[in-house]
Ligand binder design. Sequence first.
Ligand code: AMP
Length: 591
Amino acid sequence: MHHGPLIAIIVMGLGLAFVFGALAQKFRVSPLVGYLLAGVAVGPFTPGFVADQNLANDLAEIGVILLMFGVGLHFSLKDLLSVRAIAVPGALVQIAAATLLGLGLALLLGWGIVAGLVFGLALSVASTVVLLRALQERRIVQTEKGKIAVGWLIVEDLAMVLALVMIPAVADVLDGGSGAASGGGPLATRFDLGLWGVLGLTLAKVAAFVAFMLIVGRRLIPWLLHWVAHTGSRELFRLAVLAIALGVAYLAASLFGVSFALGAFFAGMILSESPLSHRAAEESLPLRDAFAVLFFVSVGMLFDPSILLRAPLPLIATIAIILFGKSLAAWLIVRAFGKPDSVALTISASLAQIGEFSFILAGLGVSLKLLPEQGRDLILAGAILSIVLNPLLFKLVDRFAPAEPAPAKPRPAEPRPAEAAPVPQPEVPAAAPEPEPAPERDIAPTELSDHVVVVGYGRVGSLLGAGLAAMGESLLVIEDQDDGIAAARRDGAEVLAGNAADPEVLAAAGLERAKRLFVAIPGSFEAGQVCEQARRRNPGLPIVARAHSAAEVEHLRQCGASRTIMGEAEIARAMLALCGRKGEEPAPSAA
Ligand code: AMP
């Protein structure tokens, strides 16, 4: 049967990524390295099958869209505004610092100023995918540092949108305004607007897009999703989520000249105000993960290993700028805003890499003859190596970041605002450095004993917790979402904020002294890990776990749960119980 290059790249890309990713996992390096190697293997610089690079890039772009959509879903406008005081100056200063460093290196290599500026700009932007993956893996997107990092990313993104339209305009001017150089970038400078004209037009388009989303999108999108939800078709709901994410991103790019990523982020952010946002997030998860993998494969494909031999010293300098130059700049800025070292180090580490925007800038620079080919090769190699090294940087941060000062005792009166849904950070005012906010990831070991531990404070955990609190039990909750944390604190529980499957978090729960453990999270993979670790820590502990199927019951039992409660079975039991009672239900009518 005939098949095209699209099928080939999806099959080979995902297949090899799986093989190399599993190997990487086995050797205890980040699976990202495996995905990148899979890309190198299907790339043009290694023998054997060569995948279509353009298709790979398109697939990667879908990954970026879904990722940014997902982030937007967890972000409210308030969140975004709450970090602007630090994210805007932070990103701008960091871009300036990295650009200057890149310019310095370029001048050393004898390239000239314009080439140096393009090169430096390419080194200054972090990759959305790499940053978000790192934050998600550590479950810190919703923490203060996570929000600052995402805000920072958005500002960088906007700056790059401007850079992408400005560069052809600059090339035009350098060319003597012949117009020959334009044609790249989302906004070709067809009407000879001059530099300022192009800048103004771009800003106006971005503003128009934001206004359009806030006025039209904000009404239309939630309405549409609600309507679809009421049709009761799961398939249609999924389709609607995808159509909205991809559609808005496409609209943003083609009509407003905004990047795909930014468009998707806005689509998500608008949906985050709708109560359906959680479901929307879940629906887009599996696709998002698959396409994020293809992103790394497509990056790997660009890597030409010969650069390691052709220009080793410039490559080392490039990587030093990405890893250390940018980090140092970010660290200084965050510290200057009075944030603790742990926040500053995490933000530095998350930005110490480059990715998709850098490739686009490099490609544009070369096609307009502003950047020598070697510049592009250095940028590509620098990107790959910095992505490979990024997890190591995070390990260093984990090791050296001073433990965050933990509050001495849990306060039942929680410091967060009490309303539900996306919880804003209490740090809106822009001016002077604010007093240190409460650390989000409070994993100081508990001092409780004979306590009951509840993992997950959502629909199940919160009912359970409230009941236990009413019975006078001392309660420790492990939860990783802001709303759950706030609810648990309202109920008077001590809270460990973080992923319960993380050994470090679980170790802080004092399970050796606990009376009972309730695992009330829906994901059986993580629940199993929690049970297993808890069983190891305390062989005699009664562990009750939540399950949704017979297979999950089996799995959780094997992992050490002493009892499992299957949600669906309990629902049936409660329904059945209604039948026996008189007067509660209308008599079943004859069909
Ligand atoms: P629900 O399904 O409504 O009972 O919600 C489950 C709750 O568990 C949500 O609030 C999640 O944030 C939380 N949760 C899920 N997985 C974990 C985990 N691994 N660690 C901590 N909390 C979790």
